[in-house]
Design a binder for this molecule. Structure first.
Ligand code: SF4
Ligand code: SF4
Length: 80
């Protein structure tokens, strides 16, 4: 039986990110990683990895866990 899978994507405002890495720790698919360049506030912001290295079966499901856990409302989730 085919299962219905949700597809999604996220957008991270790297200049608002304070580098707490809560979002990185909650993504069940490991799609969020730490950038190697500082933002204007002096933090290493997170980065949405799927944009660079799409991995089979590791596609954002729009579960929104990352956006919910972010204390600074830095992440937007898009469905579809
Ligand atoms: S919405 Fe869910 S699957 Fe997509 S990046 Fe955030 S935590 Fe990961
Ligand atoms: S939870 Fe928010 S502030 Fe913390 S690292 Fe993720 S995007 Fe940045």
């Amino acid at each position: 039986m085919a299962t219905k899978s949700k597809r999604g994507s996220i957008r991270i405002d790297r200049e608002l990110c304070k580098g707490c890495y809560l979002c990185e720790s909650v993504c069940p698919l490991g799609l969020i990683s730490v950038s190697d360049t500082l933002n204007q506030k002096g933090y290493y912001p997170v980065h949405y990895s799927e944009e660079d290295i799409p991995i089979e079966g590791h596609q954002c499901k729009a579960c929104a866990l990352c956006a919910i856990v972010c204390p600074d409302i830095v992440i937007e989730v898009y469905r579809g």
